[in-house]
Design a protein around this ligand. Structure first.
Ligand SMILES: Cc1ncc(COP(=O)(O)O)c(C=O)c1O
Length: 379
């Protein structure tokens, strides 16, 4: 009855945990900020709805919002309104990119571990994901030697995620330049998912914008403004790309949500303090959770440079799904590393988008569950 593309889909390992969780489990599983959007944006949303902005809008998004985003990014690249398309979250932007560029048989280089949508989106377009490793010993950063070894005549595109979900790693200028040259040398479309660009700690954010011609840059307001439920994102690409993508986008969603666009447009100029406070709070939590994780016997956690995830490895002979289920039964929800690909096995992803107090309670549970595992020995 169902099409093979639908039959082939498996539920994401993150959602699976969420659906198993009781209402009192401490949630260190889901990837969404525990803050609310800035007050100015909330007010603008209420105003937009009251003033009647409840109708379809332009397919590609409000021209004024596209203009504001082009200006926001103009310091790193020559961008105009024609290069911007407003989407239904980063999710639609990613899906749309694969639908527009990938034909059956095309191969796409995808990070492993990597965000749960990347590989299914490639497959839904008929393509083949080819996984490149992000190894803990390499700081979870891509290495061009690995990328080279996976190239075939069918390689069409590469997806990068900076900062990374699930590892929290942040690419420096050198890595951004190396991956960009690799993409350019092999005539690949570079798709950069930069939805966590505002949540970076020590290293700052180096964007792929302006680095290569054949580039689709993806961003979102979900994490930046804590509005995951409003479903608003955008992409930046050559005007020729945007024109074709806008057609596909029209047949998928008609247009992005109108009231949310008005709200963001009005809020955009005054967001510095909001973002600074959010990042300061995430930094406090990151330092705390990483310290606590490294104190758990058999656990090792690198200091993530961005996003709000800690991605420790562990030495016990149990799968990450088994360990995540044990933790969930004991009262704390996290995501098994295997949800992000084979390379995520023997890791767990903890989201620290929760209070310090809940992080502490969660870590106490991890310590007690791991004590029981110690009888199994480590390897
Ligand atoms: C790396 C990454 N890209 C894209 C998204 C999609 O976000 P949204 O569709 O809410 O913009 C997420 C959400 O978790 C993410 O982690």
């Amino acid at each position: 009855m169902f099409a093979s593309r639908a039959r082939g889909l498996r539920m994401s390992g993150i959602r699976k945990m969420f659906e198993m969780a009781g209402s009192d489990a401490i949630n260190l599983g889901l990837g969404e900020p525990d803050f609310q959007p800035p007050a100015s944006v909330l007010e603008a949303m209420v105003k937009a709805v009251a003033e009647g902005y409840n109708k379809y809008g332009p397919t590609g998004g409000l021209p004024a919002l596209k203009q504001a985003l082009a200006e926001k990014h103009s310091s790193v690249a020559d961008i105009t309104e024609e290069n911007v398309l407003i989407t239904v979250g980063g999710t639609e932007a990613l899906f749309l990119t694969m639908q527009t560029f990938i034909d059956p048989g095309d191969e796409v280089l995808v990070p492993d571990p990597g965000f749960v949508l990347f590989a299914p989106h490639v497959r839904l377009a008929g393509g083949e994901p080819v996984f490149y490793p992000l190894l803990e010993e390499a700081g979870f950063l891509p290495r061009t030697g690995d990328l080279q070894s996976l190239l075939t005549p069918r390689t069409k595109a590469i997806i990068v995620c900076n900062p990374s979900n699930p590892t929290g790693s942040v690419m420096g200028k050198g890595e951004v330049e190396a991956v960009s040259s690799f993409a350019e040398d092999h005539d690949l479309i570079l798709v950069s998912d930069e939805v966590y660009d505002s949540i970076v700690y020590e290293r700052g954010h180096h964007s792929f914008l302006g680095m290569v011609e054949n580039h689709v840059y993806i961003n979102s307001f979900s994490k930046f403004l804590s509005m995951t439920g409003w479903r608003l994102g955008y992409l930046i690409a050559p005007a020729e790309y945007v024109r074709t993508m806008a057609k596909v986008h029209y047949f998928m969603v008609a247009c992005p949500p109108t009231p949310a666009q008005h709200a963001v447009l009005h809020g955009l100029p005054q967001l510095h303090d909001y973002v600074d406070e959010m990042v300061a709070e995430f930094r406090r939590r990151r330092d705390h959770i990483v310290r606590r994780l490294n104190d758990v016997p058999g656990f090792r956690c690198l200091l993530p440079g961005g996003a709000f995830y800690a991605f420790p490895s562990y030495e016990y002979p149990v799968s990450s799904e088994d360990l995540a289920v044990r933790l969930l039964k004991a009262g704390v929800m996290c995501s098994p590393g295997s949800a992000f690909g084979k390379g995520g096995e023997r890791h767990l992803r903890f989201s620290y988008a929760n209070s310090l107090e809940n992080i502490d309670r969660g870590m106490d549970i991890v310590v007690s569950v791991v004590q029981h595992l110690s009888g199994l020995g480590s390897n």
